[in-house]
Design a protein around this ligand. Structure first.
Ligand code: AMP
Length: 235
């Protein structure tokens, strides 16, 4: 088992996958289990909208119609977050990168900050299942937590806030978001595919099943990365 908190190598994970693949749920679970920070660009933007920050209010129109916010804004948000000391033990990035330009910017930040390799997890789920999940998804209007699927609850299990549908989870917008994913985000899989730290996870299984697979493969990547850096040292 890989050391959970004290390991010298940072555990730096990015979660790729279409809307509805379970990136948020799994990123949050994994971050809590390993004591890492969870960075969701969607949550940061939604918090900014609640606080009526000018940058987020400009992004809102794009978010509401399922389009991507411009690369410059998003790269600045994530770059600033990854330079804070609490990210040096590791992070789980959820919803970023979403374009090849963002991925290039992330590589530059990783080169600058060090603290371990980037582990790329691609969560794969068939499209009809994504549409089904997004149509039924409800989030808490107060704390933003995803409600557990298949419950008829009206209130958030965490804080009691009212459960609502996200403005961008309505049928028409979901179709647009999946189109944006195919055009802009899927090319990222090609960008990362050849890296030894790239892994595919079947996101169509139960939440526990995905979480277990994720735990095992991240440990496996870290062991392999550590072994290959030791080999380099032994020449
Ligand atoms: P999410 O919660 O990750 O589904 O993100 C909700 C919305 O926020 C997206 O549909 C985009 O409009 C915007 N957004 C979040 N992350 C990014 C990103 N990395 N690049 C561009 N737009 C983003």
């Amino acid at each position: 088992m890989i050391p959970r908190r004290e390991g010298r190598v940072g555990i730096n994970v990015i979660m790729l996958g279409p809307p509805g693949a379970g990136k948020g749920t799994q990123a949050s679970r994994f971050a809590v289990a390993r004591g890492l920070i969870h960075i969701s660009t969607g949550d940061i933007l939604r918090d900014g909208i609640k606080a009526q920050l000018p940058m987020a209010m400009i992004a809102k129109a794009k978010m509401d119609r399922g389009a991507l916010v411009d690369d410059e804004t998003i790269i600045a948000i994530v770059g600033e977050r990854l330079m804070r000391p609490d990210s040096h033990r590791g992070f789980v990035l959820d919803g970023f990168p979403r374009t090849v330009a963002q991925a290039c910017a992330l590589d530059a930040v990783m080169d600058e900050r060090g603290h371990g390799p980037l582990i790329i997890v691609n969560l794969v789920v068939p499209e009809p299942e994504l549409v089904r999940r997004l149509a039924g998804r409800r989030i808490c209007s107060t704390c933003g937590t995803n409600a557990v699927e298949a419950t008829a609850a009206l209130a958030c299990a965490r804080c009691g806030g009212a459960l609502v549908q996200r403005a961008d989870d309505t049928k028409g917008v979901v179709r647009d978001r999946l189109g944006v994913y195919r055009r802009s985000t899927k090319p990222l899989v090609d960008y990362y595919r050849e890296r030894p730290t790239f892994r595919i996870v079947n996101g169509a299984q139960s939440q526990d099943g995905v979480a277990n697979e994720l735990e095992i493969l991240v440990d496996d990547v870290i062991v392999s990365a550590t072994a290959s850096s030791l080999e380099t040292l032994q020449f």
